[in-house]
Design a protein around this ligand. Sequence first.
Ligand SMILES: NC(=O)c1ccc[n+]([C@@H]2O[C@H](COP(=O)([O-])OP(=O)(O)OC[C@H]3O[C@@H](n4cnc5c(N)ncnc54)[C@H](O)[C@@H]3O)[C@@H](O)[C@H]2O)c1
Length: 246
Amino acid sequence: MTLTCDFSSRTVLVTGAGQGIGEAIAAYFHAAGARVAVADWDGDVLARTWGAPSERMLPVVLDVADPDAVTRGIDSVVDRFGSIDVVVNNAGIARDAVVWKMTDDQWRSVLDVHLGGTFHVTRAAIPHMRAAGFGRIVNVTSFTGMHGNVGQSNYAAAKGGIIGFTKSVAKETARFGITANAISPNAATAMVAAIPEEQLAAMTATVPMGRFAEPSEMAAAVAFLASDEAGYITGAVVPVDGGVSM
Ligand SMILES: NC(=O)c1ccc[n+]([C@@H]2O[C@H](COP(=O)([O-])OP(=O)(O)OC[C@H]3O[C@@H](n4cnc5c(N)ncnc54)[C@H](O)[C@@H]3O)[C@@H](O)[C@H]2O)c1
């Protein structure tokens, strides 16, 4: 059997595709021939990164925390490309504070974007995947979702929730030819640049590879999980983290 990175028969939606890991994942799928819908709530970032719509690229400005916007966004992708075969739930924010200082807004916004957004996009995409008898859902969790982190109880709760959500969706959809998996990344992006220098140096020291990855290094793992060949892998959490979770 020949392994293929050919996604020319597939439509892929990536959330948080304006920059960072999402941009790199979407760029990989686009280079592999997919029709790509790049979704982000920041229309300016999206326009700067991706420019005007083209034959195989549709920018979609939406907030994943808004269920109606997500439904409209998914419908627009299916209208434009005729299918939605792969969704990558990558959009994310951080609103850090120790738990006794955390505001309701910090708590809710992080849960709404990460966990709510992953739920909204997955729920809206599955009927189309079921109709096609094929689907790949790739969620983005985090080391913090498994191990916790100071100042990130909201983020840890959301990312831990994504793992349980992924496994439940995997069990519910396996019989329809749909898989649901997650990656746990570690890449130098704006989110990481916002970490204070000393804390970042301490974090880097814990990575066996001795560095944060380039965002592009996340994309091949996602593409593999989205491939036809990975059809027997579901409910998995794949660390793409330089060994930090060992
Ligand atoms: N960078 C890392 O090392 C790392 C580690 C673990 C997990 N993650 C996760 O990877 C994902 C991507 O992170 P990143 O480092 O590329 O971050 P980033 O801040 O560089 O990019 C996040 C993108 O998501 C978009 N976004 C945020 N909220 C949104 C919303 N409500 N609706 C639509 N788009 C929204 C932003 O506009 C931005 O373009 C996130 O889920 C993050 O939690 C990253």
